[in-house]
Design a protein. Structure first.
Length: 117
């Protein structure tokens, strides 16, 4: 309920774009929600791919998603910022590499299928 109260207060303020505190809160909210959505999508990958891309730290990512989704008022802005700055680029790089590997593997499989045709 206090999340709704915070949102209502932010939206009722005369000019939330001029308040540094409101702007910071909105930015943290946006980053947190996008991070949670990204982790949720990541979680739908097959477990072996998810574990490889997260270097065995899937439980940590899932814990962050759960903390954002279920304990929102207890999310530490410092941890969210550090995750977005430090950990997210590493995960994106791992997923990009994995995607390129899968594309090459699929192309090789297609060539093999065409050659045995």
């Amino acid at each position: 309920m206090s999340s709704l109260t915070k949102l209502s207060t932010t939206l009722r303020s005369p000019s939330p774009t001029h308040s540094a505190t409101s702007q910071t809160r909105l930015t943290l909210d946006a980053i947190s929600l996008r991070l949670a959505a990204g982790i949720e999508a990541f979680g739908s990958l097959p477990p072996h791919i998810r574990d490889e891309a997260s270097k065995g730290n899937w439980h940590v990512l899932r814990g962050m998603r759960n903390r954002i989704a279920h304990g929102y008022l207890e999310v530490d802005p410092t941890i969210v910022a550090a995750t977005a700055r430090r950990d997210l680029p590493v995960l994106v790089a791992a997923l990009t590499s994995l995607r390129q590997h899968l594309i090459k593997h699929r192309a090789t499989c297609r060539q093999d299928t065409n050659n045995t045709g």
